[in-house]
Design a protein around this ligand. Structure first.
Ligand SMILES: C[S@@+](CC[C@H](N)C(=O)[O-])C[C@H]1O[C@@H](n2cnc3c(N)ncnc32)[C@H](O)[C@@H]1O
Length: 293
């Protein structure tokens, strides 16, 4: 949904924009094409994304090799306090998924790593081998939406005593008997997704980012977020309409709602059939847009 994202940002050629998920740079390059006198600040916590960003030779472009949960701080470091638009294309990039050594993919044998930022110490194997069974149960239920999360947690707790988990194949083998027949790929994708979200503390990063986006956008500025997981989408939806990722909108003494945004579209924009045919990852994408009040 590259075109819809760019359209939603309604780029002014001299405006200041932020792409908090640079990845392979697809969205950033498109934004840069539309700038004349404006500025783009991009973020990514991944080393490979940083290398990709270093190839861009443009005075309008600044790259921050950082977690987007520090949005405000890094903008300030770069002399920026207010921006006209922010784009977030959440989750992992095709480059990360397609690199077996990163451990994100259910398709390849690889180490149980799953870190976007390889400087953090928590990995998928440390989560599997060290977390209490009850926490694993919660993670697989909440982030993976697995119906048999309790069973999965019990199997992991039992198997890791015999041999700690180190590879993606070992994890799949341990769970193959509890994966629904004929739906193994989807099931393992959910297991891997849950681990990835926990390893990278994605929900906390998203919550911090959303709050800061409200602080740095100018009135009328646009927030564009593409998410791939229902929990993420719910947080984005709630923040855009209520100013909080969970719970109800707050009101002042006079009953006026205190919220930084108004949603542009009530329902999320979903990919076309054509796009899903070309890129199966797009299947679960949900695009939400909001305007700063
Ligand atoms: C779906 S990809 C973005 C693809 C990009 N829009 C493009 O056109 O190539 C998501 C990217 O965001 C990065 N990312 C995810 N969460 C992040 C976070 N909290 N802080 C910084 N980067 C993050 C990932 O490392 C990944 O490269």
């Amino acid at each position: 949904m590259l075109d819809q994202c760019i359209e939603a940002l309604a780029i002014k050629s001299d405006g200041v924009y932020v792409d908090v998920t640079f990845g392979g740079g697809g969205h950033s390059l498109k934004i840069l094409e539309l700038l004349k006198g404006g500025r783009l600040i991009a973020f990514d916590q991944d080393d490979d994304a940083k290398r990709e960003a270093e190839k861009i030779q443009s005075r309008s472009f600044t790259f921050c090799h950082a977690n987007f949960m520090y949005l405000k701080q890094y903008l300030k470091l770069n002399g920026v306090t207010k921006v006209d638009g922010i784009l977030a294309d959440l989750g992992i990039s095709s480059h990360q998924i397609d690199s077996p050594s990163r451990g994100f993919s259910t398709r390849y044998e690889g180490p149980l790593d799953m870190r976007m930022d390889r400087n953090i110490s928590r990995t998928a194997s440390s989560v599997l081998n060290e977390y209490p069974e009850t926490t694993l149960h919660k993670i697989f239920g909440m982030y993976g939406e697995l119906r048999n999360a309790k069973t999965v947690a019990a199997i992991i707790a039992r198997e890791r005593v015999r041999k700690p988990f180190t590879t993606t194949e070992e994890l799949k083998n341990a769970l193959k008997d509890v994966a629904p027949r004929g739906k193994e790929n989807k099931y393992f994708a959910q297991v891997f997704q849950a681990l990835r979200i926990e390893v990278n503390d994605e929900m906390k990063a998203l919550e911090n980012f959303l709050h800061q986006s409200g602080e740095v956008l100018v009135p009328g500025g646009v927030l564009v977020v593409m998410s791939y997981h229902s929990l993420e989408d719910r947080m984005v939806k709630n923040y855009m309409s209520k100013g909080k990722v969970f719970g109800e909108v707050e009101k002042d003494l006079y009953g006026n709602e205190i919220k930084p945004f108004t949603p542009v579209n009530r329902k999320p924009i979903e990919p076309s059939e054509e796009e899903v045919k070309q890129n199966s990852r797009a299947r679960s994408a949900r695009l939400r847009i909001a305007k700063k009040l």
